[in-house]
Write a protein that binds this ligand. Structure first.
Ligand SMILES: Cc1cc2nc3c(=O)[nH]c(=O)nc-3n(C[C@H](O)[C@H](O)[C@H](O)COP(=O)(O)OP(=O)(O)OC[C@H]3O[C@@H](n4cnc5c(N)ncnc54)[C@H](O)[C@@H]3O)c2cc1C
Length: 407
């Protein structure tokens, strides 16, 4: 019987298997999962709630959330994007809800709902799932695929590599002539061992411009910035960690970080206005509207502005120093730490080695690659799963077509 084998029982593997089996019933579709538990990452995702996708229905806007994959994902998202994912789950009785920031979760707030949906859809479509089955080798023999596990050898007409970001799947891809872009962490927070930032722990400013200095390319992000007891977190820092993942790895996560707390508004003009119109007021009592009190106190201290002196009495040096602290507050990053256990890696099979209409390999025709196994990753917000659903769906359909052709 024509057979499709899927290596990896994660989000991409399940979505591909279900799509393939539903599109072309009556064939053998087998998922081989290395561990004893399928969909393990779905279970722990989104703090146990599974952030399935994001309420961003315009493919051109959506791709802006993928530091690696921006160009390649535009076509795939136009064919099967968040709109189709929402409908897919709704059609199977799973309602999704949108949170204020656009993240989408099952209304049950339980990742188990997604797991149950995927496992029952797979079962209904006749997908066979074999756990504790590590694929050790993958070779093409006379136009068919031989898949070797520790105990078995399976022959298939088409294979999907959906092994996630682990080394084991990347080795299989390399053995077939693929280039694997070295993995580096993405989505992390910044370690900034400055006591004054630690004292601001819990304070957030929205928006700021955050700029990474000392890198081969300058990188700026905009958004809310959160001060923590170890440094910077919040969307502006996380976005910078994702877009700067490779650049930051090359400097071992040590560089200067510049914050414009006014997000582009000129601090020099604002300070000059205060001096002219409110010269008798004390700077301490007249912060810019966007700056929280605690942060303002810290910036005044760093600028050497002493208490009890009015705006009109500030020296030029103090005015310049204060404008500098507001528009270009520079601190040293000395390392990184994990964001809410959500470790995403940048790296994987080179993006130009698959055809993005079908996810078929350009190096090994008949082999498909989907999900995090590829050099694709996104910022936090449900975008990483969206990539898994989309690429899994495209691969599943193409594999179903391939099975039809060998009948
Ligand atoms: C803690 C955490 C929380 C997250 N939360 C979210 C979230 O809420 N929203 C979001 O969009 N993203 C989230 N992510 C990212 C998301 O989980 C991944 O992008 C997604 O799981 C990738 O799916 P995948 O199918 O490509 O890979 P995976 O889910 O990693 O699945 C790959 C599977 O392949 C198996 N495998 C590997 N090698 C072999 C082999 N040789 N033989 C057989 N099987 C093999 C693995 O055991 C694994 O089960 C989170 C990640 C983490 C770590």
């Amino acid at each position: 019987m024509p057979t499709a084998v899927i290596i990896g029982g994660g989000a991409a593997g399940f979505f591909a298997a279900i799509t393939c089996a539903e599109a072309n019933p009556g064939h053998s579709v087998i998922i081989l999962e290395a561990t004893g538990e399928v969909l393990a990452k779905v279970r722990i995702s989104g703090g146990g709630r599974c952030n399935v996708t994001h309420d961003c229905l315009e493919p051109k806007t959506l791709v802006g959330n993928y530091p690696r994959g921006t160009r390649e994902l535009l076509g795939p998202f136009s064919r099967f994007g968040p709109r189709q994912v929402i409908a897919w789950f709704e059609g199977r009785g799973v309602e999704l809800k949108v949170e204020e920031d656009g993240r989408m979760f099952p209304t049950t707030d339980r990742s188990q709902t997604i797991i149950d949906c995927l496992t029952s859809a797979a079962e209904a479509a006749g997908v066979e799932v074999r756990t504790q089955t590590v694929v050790k080798a993958l070779t093409q023999v006379d136009g068919r695929w031989q898949i070797d596990t520790a105990t078995d050898s399976i022959t298939a007409d088409t294979v999907l590599l959906a092994s996630g970001s682990g080394k084991s799947g990347h080795r299989l891809a390399e053995a077939l002539g693929h280039t694997v872009v070295q993995a580096v962490p993405s989505l992390f927070t910044f370690t900034i061992p400055e006591p004054w930032i630690r004292e601001l722990s819990g304070l957030s400013v929205d928006p700021v411009h955050l700029m990474l200095l000392d890198l081969a390319e300058e990188l700026t992000t905009t958004g809310p910035l959160l001060c923590t007891h170890w440094g910077f977190s919040g969307p502006a820092a996380l976005r910078a960690s994702a877009w700067g993942a490779r650049l930051l790895a090359t400097v071992n996560y040590r560089c200067r970080v510049r914050v414009d707390w006014l997000a582009g508004a000129s601090a020099a003009d604002w300070c000059a206005g205060m001096r002219k119109n409110h010269g008798a007021k004390l700077p301490k009592n007249s912060p810019p509207a966007a700056i929280p009190r605690r942060l303002w106190d810290a910036l005044l201290l760093r600028a050497g502005v002493v208490d009890g002196v009015g705006w009109a009495q500030l020296t030029k040096e103090q005015m310049d120093a204060l404008a500098g602290q507001l528009n270009a507050c520079t601190v040293a990053m000395t390392g990184k730490s994990t964001f809410k256990d959500e470790f995403v890696t940048a790296g994987g099979v080179a993006r130009d080695e698959v055809t993005w209409r079908t996810m078929e390999s350009r190096k090994a025709p008949g082999l498909f690659i989907a999900g995090e196994c590829l050099d694709v990753d996104a910022i936090t917000g449900g975008f990483n799963f969206q990539n898994a659903w989309t690429s899994g769906w495209l691969a599943g359909n193409a594999m179903a077509e391939r099975l039809g052709a060998v009948e």
